[in-house]
Design a protein around this ligand. Structure first.
Ligand SMILES: Cc1ncc(COP(=O)(O)O)c(C=O)c1O
Length: 244
């Protein structure tokens, strides 16, 4: 095998994540919603994983919702928050930019915040874009192409002053640099398994306790009614192993 230099696209699956994935797929086959013991074993795997993922981000377990990856978590944040005006940065991943374009098509006002030549959000420009209608600002933590790390705490202050929520796509940050959602001041934070040593098809959204978010997938009452669908237990176990 040659050298692999594309971890921003996908990391190799770590030995620990692979072992957790395999063990869960083989041994923890119950449905976490079932009340019998195989179901409860799966429930325990999911809830223990939620604690590990919360610990990675400095969150509490009930603030973590498992998704099918970064794209779904970004979409859940953008569509799940009721906002008349949304601001996204110009350098967001398509998972945010295309979602913002769809919001616009549905009648939500959307502004694109410019960045400096260094790829950092222009804070003065951001301040001028904020209006009393602004309900959500979405600025990624670390950029997938340039590696630029955005000044989230300063952006959080602007959001707070405006009475808006702050979402950050942390897909390229979590697992690579310390992340503390409280210190950063974010209300919503996206992570993706395959950028930090877990397999593809698993991710999570941190939703600060108290934030009202409407689920976007309708079905069973999974994930505290914020994300319907039987949990991806092996993927969740692998994400937890990677987070640990
Ligand atoms: C910054 C960023 N956000 C979101 C995504 C999408 O994540 P996923 O592939 O898990 O849907 C990626 C993946 O390339 C990314 O780099």
């Amino acid at each position: 095998m040659g050298f692999y230099f594309d971890h921003n696209a996908a990391t190799p699956v770590s030995a620990e994540a692979l072992a957790a994935f395999t063990a869960a797929a083989r041994d923890v086959f119950g449905n976490p919603s079932s009340i019998h013991s195989p179901g409860q074993a799966a429930r325990q795997t999911v809830e223990s994983a939620r604690r590990d993922v919360a610990a990675l981000l400095g969150a509490t377990p009930k603030e973590i919702v498992f998704t099918s990856g970064g794209t779904e978590a970004d979409n859940l944040a953008l569509f799940g928050i009721d906002a008349r005006h949304v601001i996204v940065s110009a350098v967001e991943h398509p998972a945010v930019l295309a979602a913002a374009r769809e919001l616009e098509r549905r009648g939500v006002a959307v502004s694109i915040a410019p960045v400096t030549p260094e790829g950092l959000i222009d804070l003065d420009a951001l301040r001028t874009l904020v209006t009393p209608e602004t309900g959500l600002i979405s600025v990624m933590h670390a950029n997938n192409e340039t590696g630029a790390i955005q000044p989230l705490a300063a952006i959080a202050e602007i959001a707070r002053d405006a009475g808006a929520l702050l979402h950050s796509d942390g897909v390229q940050a979590a697992g690579r640099m310390p992340v503390d959602v409280r210190a950063l001041g974010v209300d919503l934070y996206t992570i993706s398994g395959h950028k930090l040593g877990a397999p593809k098809g698993i991710g999570a959204l941190y939703i600060r306790d108290g934030v009202k978010l409407r689920g976007q997938i309708f079905g069973g009452r999974h994930e505290r009614e914020r994300r319907a669908g039987t949990e991806n237990v092996p993927g969740i176990a692998a994400l937890a192993a990677a987070a640990r």
